[in-house]
Design a protein around this ligand. Structure first.
Ligand code: NAD
Length: 379
């Protein structure tokens, strides 16, 4: 089976889907691996590094993509490049399937099987393939580093002969994978960290990381079987806004990570709350690319609202491209190894398998993912 890896073309993307160490693993499995020339140049890996790991290097992008039995990418491909794929090929990348119906349908009509990395189920077995989590973890770390750089305060307490400097106060809203890493990072840097979430089970997790939990009484809240929060009712949203709205002015840094799977991000900081905040407050809105947790935040921009600095950068893992690429590459490699049929010497996406049922979108000319189809029907 020939595995091919084209260069990422999304503006500003620094991560790469496959690092040389993973090429070694794939070649050892029995795959032939070919990468586009320059693949690793944003990530400290040269063409020679890929060759040393056992890959061939091709300068002709179209020839590369159209020769692959299995095509690996990070971002979704441009639609015209889907047309280049071989009929019967398998393509693995992020695909944003709820919002990219036309692209998914193009995969189906091209006769290509497409796996969406966002749709890997959250099971123990699939954890090592879970790119959403591996990237969110790094994004949580970067959010704190970014805020620490932007704030005009310092994070730790300092006791000096000239006096004592109080630690910065940091609030993390949303304690999933990214939020937990943000808490741990801010704590390590010495900030006074508090966190809030709508899922009750997060209280214990926050405490165990040594941070204070800000509890809002919302009554009964629900999660999906995958552990994702469900959207709050209108009444609950109001209660949350009233309770938290009064508190935001206490903090120097606020990091929001609140997301609801398949839905626009909930608004948890509104315009009137921004007006009450101290000028100089730094907010990192990690949900800016899915609608934003903060009124006025802009995807991929940094905006100033009454002296409050709101950062909405959408590719935080790309700011630490080396480990982010290593993690994503490892997620892909674990998936390929898991589904590799040693006798046939190829990736076999068994349709009976729970992981494949979760993340395979198209097969044999049709869209086969029921979850994606049901979301499309509601749109
Ligand atoms: P996410 O990115 O969907 O959302 C981030 C956080 O925002 C979540 O904790 C969510 O509860 C919270 N949130 C949603 N609406 C909110 C609101 N209005 N106000 C405040 N907070 C709000 O979450 P995630 O990082 O994907 O993690 C969700 C859960 O899934 C976590 O418990 C995580 O540990 C778990 N998880 C399990 C696996 C696995 O079992 N393999 C893998 C990854 C994550």
């Amino acid at each position: 089976m020939k595995i091919v890896v084209p260069k990422e073309t999304y503006p500003g993307e620094t991560r790469v889907p496959i690092v040389p160490a993973s090429v070694k693993t794939l070649v050892a499995l029995g795959a032939e691996v070919e990468v586009e020339s320059g693949l690793g140049e944003t990530c400290r890996s040269t063409d020679q590094d890929y060759k040393d790991a056992g890959a061939t290097v091709n300068e002709d992008r179209k020839a590369l993509i159209s020769s692959g039995d299995l095509v690996l990418r990070l971002r979704q491909p441009p639609e015209e490049e889907v047309e280049w794929l071989k009929k019967g090929a398998l393509h693995i990348s992020y695909l944003d399937p709820f919002n990219q119906r036309a692209l998914v349908e193009t995969f189906a009509s091209a006769g290509v099987s497409a796996i969406s990395m966002e749709m890997v189920p959250r099971t123990t077995l699939a954890q090592k393939m879970d790119a959403i989590s591996s990237q969110a973890n790094l994004a949580g770390y970067v959010s704190v580093i970014l805020a620490a750089e932007r704030t005009d305060k310092i994070l730790p307490m300092m006791m000096t002969p000239a006096g004592t400097i109080d630690p910065a106060r940091v609030l993390i809203c949303g304690v999933g994978v990214a939020g937990l890493q943000a808490i741990a990072t801010a704590n390590r840097m010495g900030a006074r960290v508090e966190a809030t979430d709508v899922r009750d089970e997060t209280e214990e997790q926050v405490r165990s990381l040594g941070a204070k939990f800000v509890k809002v009484d919302l009554g009964k809240t629900e999660s999906t079987k995958d552990g994702y929060a469900k959207e709050l009712t209108e009444e609950q949203k109001k209660r949350q806004q009233e309770a938290l709205g009064k508190l935001y002015s206490n903090y120097d840094v606020i990091i929001t990570t609140a997301k609801v799977f398949g839905r626009p991000a909930p608004k948890i900081i509104l315009g009137w709350m921004l007006e009450k905040m101290k000028p100089g407050t730094v907010i990192v809105d990690m949900a800016a690319d899915t609608g934003g947790n903060v009124e006025g935040s802009k995807a991929n921009e940094e905006v100033d609202v009454n002296g409050v600095n709101i950062i909405g950068f959408d590719n935080l893992p790309g700011m630490v491209a080396v480990p982010a690429s290593e993690m994503y590459s490892s997620n892909l490699t674990h998936m390929i190894t898991h589904f590799w049929d040693k006798e046939k010497n190829e990736f076999v996406p068994n349709p009976e398998d729970e992981i494949i049922q979760g993340c395979l979108l198209t097969r044999d000319g049709a869209v086969v993912n029921e979850r994606v189809k049901s979301i499309w029907e509601k749109q």
